[in-house]
Write a new protein. Structure first.
Length: 287
């Protein structure tokens, strides 16, 4: 991408309340032709991108409207992934990486779920898969210096986004070797994820996975069927982690004591997730 085009992308759709940094490019919406809807794509490039010549690892983050900017995030709770990345790089915890934030919208439940849930519907993760693999990923790699091997390509999300990230990597281990599944919605379709993982046996190439859950994420006040009322989300996440480890995947499980199902909780855990996924040495104990 030319420097003039990058400059225009840096200033597109910015408001006086924007908290994203100057290295975040707004690349517009993708998907109108391929899946019949448009999802906004933003890309954070490392601060030294223009002065270096080497390619960078790439992390896709779902629910992209929450990733960089309080002006667009849910309840104004941005993850500040750009600032967190830069701080981790400055401290030597991770190498510089590019972060592609793919927005979601009204069809989020439809696009982020791998199967049809009897109560919730959904089940068209294949459309998001098509958008990422056939449209967005080739477009980015043609224009930016990005490493293209699965060991340097990750996908991360939270809640249904965490569910989607896990299944996208499971289906495409040749494209995504790094997975961040924060508070994944394992309740979806009566924990079909566990059934798929057990039945499939997993990719031949092991994945590197960050898996987490807060201890205060269950909503006991919400009306639900008997199965969901009895479903133990924390134990389900622990069981999934054990299964993945037995299959040979590298799994870091973090149970966050007292944490709720919120953007702020995921933001707090993001540094540790990035270190697990991208550090190639001993990250130490600070994170």
């Amino acid at each position: 991408m030319s420097k003039s085009a990058m400059a225009r992308a840096r200033h597109r759709h910015r408001s006086g309340h924007s908290t994203r940094d100057e290295h975040v490019l707004d690349l517009g919406k993708f998907g109108f032709h391929s899946i019949g809807m448009g999802l906004r794509l933003q890309l954070h490039l490392p601060p030294d991108y223009d002065s270096e010549e080497e390619p960078y690892p790439l992390l896709y983050m779902l629910d992209g409207q929450n990733v960089f900017d309080s002006a667009t995030s849910f309840l104004g709770q941005a993850w500040d992934a750009d600032g967190i990345h830069d701080a981790l790089v400055a401290r030597g915890f991770i190498p510089p990486i590019a972060i592609a934030a793919v927005g979601s919208g009204a069809e989020r439940d439809f696009l982020y779920t791998p199967t049809v849930d009897e109560e919730e519907g959904g089940g068209r993760l294949d459309l998001l898969e098509k958008l990422l693999l056939e449209e967005i990923d080739p477009w980015l790699r043609q224009r930016f210096r990005l490493l293209d091997d699965p060991g340097n390509t990750g996908i991360l999300g939270s809640s249904l986004g965490g569910l989607a990230a896990l299944h996208l990597a499971w289906r495409n281990p040749d494209r995504f070797g790094l997975v961040g599944a924060m508070s994944p919605s394992l309740w979806w379709d009566r924990n079909v994820t566990q059934s798929i993982v057990e039945a499939d046996g997993g990719p031949d190439t092991p994945l590197r996975i960050w898996l987490d859950i807060g201890t205060e994420e269950d909503d006991d006040d919400e009306e639900c069927d008997e199965w969901l009322e009895d479903f133990d989300l924390i134990e389900a996440v622990r069981t999934l982690a054990r299964t993945l480890e037995v299959q040979g995947h590298t799994v870091e499980l973090y149970v966050d004591e007292g944490a709720e199902h919120t953007e702020s909780a995921w933001r707090q855990r993001l540094p540790a997730a990035l270190v697990h996924l991208f550090s190639r040495g001993d990250p130490g104990e600070d994170e």
